[in-house]
Design a binder for this molecule. Structure first.
Ligand SMILES: [Zn+2]
Length: 114
């Protein structure tokens, strides 16, 4: 009782649905970047997944901004199997694109392996 209303969307990694034409302008605002906590979570999960899976032959992007732009283009494809999002790589120090992962999944993944 009392605390029944929990925002389900709060802890979920943001899946950003942007109009492809306006995406660049929006990213310039810099408001959609990952916060430090989420970044650490990604780095942890990446480390636990191993270099092959996290880094391997994946395309490397030097900054989150660039990775976001590429992700945004990919997410605009009507025939995509899933949405992607950038994540920081603990192995090469750059950014890769991976399947969008809710933060809860990321957390439980990192917790499971510890
Ligand atoms: Zn890497």
């Amino acid at each position: 009782m009392g605390n029944n209303i929990v925002s389900k969307s709060r802890g979920v990694a943001r899946t950003i649905m942007l109009d492809p034409d306006s995406s660049d302008a929006r990213f310039e605002s810099g408001r959609d970047y990952m916060d430090e906590k989420l970044k650490q979570l990604h780095l942890n999960a990446g480390r636990l997944s191993g270099e092959q899976k996290t880094c391997g032959t994946k395309m490397r992007h030097p900054t989150e901004e660039i990775a976001k732009k590429v992700a945004n283009k990919m997410n605009a494809r009507p025939l995509r199997k899933y949405d992607v999002e950038p994540y920081p790589c603990p192995f090469c120090g750059m950014w890769h694109l991976g399947r969008t992962m809710p933060i809860d999944v990321l957390k439980s993944f990192a917790a499971e392996k510890e």
